[in-house]
Design a protein around this ligand. Structure first.
Ligand code: 2AM
Ligand code: CA
Length: 291
């Protein structure tokens, strides 16, 4: 049974960096929502499944402006300003991993859903200090849900303290995954994992937004989530939501979470080892580098 969420007052100072993130995520999220069904240019990036619209690009510009107006000395890494593919992404992360403050932003996480009018996408904004995520804000405009975490201060959805779910076995767990955009070895491996996990869990979901899946693990709505071939902007904000809600997140191989992680496993903590072992047995222990 899901525990009732605790009401704890969460006060954000109007001049803090977290207030800047909340302002940028909520304003941009409302603009993205107003553009649902109204985008004009649909382009592809690394594959025909990897979509981008002018709304993604406009949203990133809006967030960049809103953030850098208040924090002009901070660095900014947004998905739409980095070239396509794993190598470009790794290079971009390497360039900022030791920065004093860097904002890591996905203007629309779940672009495929946005394009199809499927109401499950979000704005994801993280702030990292010398490589460690200290703020994570995710806004889902379709459901008007704002998820906020600050390092050491807990994670909240609409002011309610979040806590991961209590399931202790895979058999009682609701688990999410995503199908990798790289349709080669990554997809084959993920299907192998899916084949092994489906018969062992209560059910599987693929909502199509990595950041929202992580927010749902934090909120106790999903017991776990894994996916291959993601980028820092998909994961950074959600990683803090998960840990501040008492959950666990890292690389599927077992390494701790860091900004360069691409193959993610996030759970309520209780089923982390069991799910990781199943995925390793299905061949996901050593995942080859993606294109
Ligand atoms: P996006 O919507 O920002 O592109 C869905 O399975 C998840 O995978 C989403 O979070 C999506 O983020 C991400 N995704 C889609 N295409 C991708 C690609 N080519 N490389 C890495 N992640 C991708
Ligand atoms: Ca995106």
């Amino acid at each position: 049974m899901m525990e009732e969420q605790q009401k704890v007052p969460y006060v954000v100072s109007g001049k803090s960096k977290v207030a800047v993130a909340i302002n940028a995520a909520s304003k941009t999220g409302e603009w993205i929502k107003s553009k649902l069904g109204d985008y004009k240019q649909l382009n592809t990036k690394v594959s025909s499944q990897d979509l981008v619209t002018e709304v993604d690009k406009g949203a990133e510009q809006m967030i960049r402006k809103l953030i850098l107006t208040y924090c002009p000395d901070d660095e900014f890494l947004g998905e739409e300003s980095v070239g396509a593919g794993a190598a470009a992404s790794a290079k971009a992360i390497d360039a900022v991993k030791d920065s004093e403050y860097v904002w890591i932003v996905d203007p629309i996480d779940g672009t495929t859903n946005f394009v199809h009018g499927f109401p499950y996408f979000c704005v994801s904004i993280a702030l990292a200090h010398k490589g460690e995520v200290i703020i994570g804000v995710i806004y889902d405009p379709s459901h008007d849900e704002l998820f906020v975490a600050e390092k050491g201060k807990g994670a909240y959805v609409h002011g309610n303290l979040m806590k991961v779910s209590q399931e202790a076995t895979l058999g009682e767990s609701l688990v999410a995954t995503g199908f990798p955009a790289d349709r080669g070895e990554s997809l084959r491996l993920n299907m192998s994992g899916l084949n092994a996990i489906v018969p062992k869990v209560r059910s599987i979901r693929n909502g199509g937004s990595a950041a929202l899946h992580l927010a749902y693990v934090a909120a106790g709505r999903l017991s776990a989530y894994w996916e291959i071939g993601l980028n820092a902007w998909d994961l950074a904000a959600g990683s803090l939501l998960v840990t501040e809600s008492g959950g666990q997140i890292g690389d599927i191989s077992g390494d701790d979470y860091h900004l360069a992680v691409r193959n993610v496993l996030a759970t309520n903590g209780h089923i982390h080892q069991e799910l990781m072992t199943e995925l390793h047995d299905a061949g996901l222990q050593h995942i080859p580098a993606q294109k």
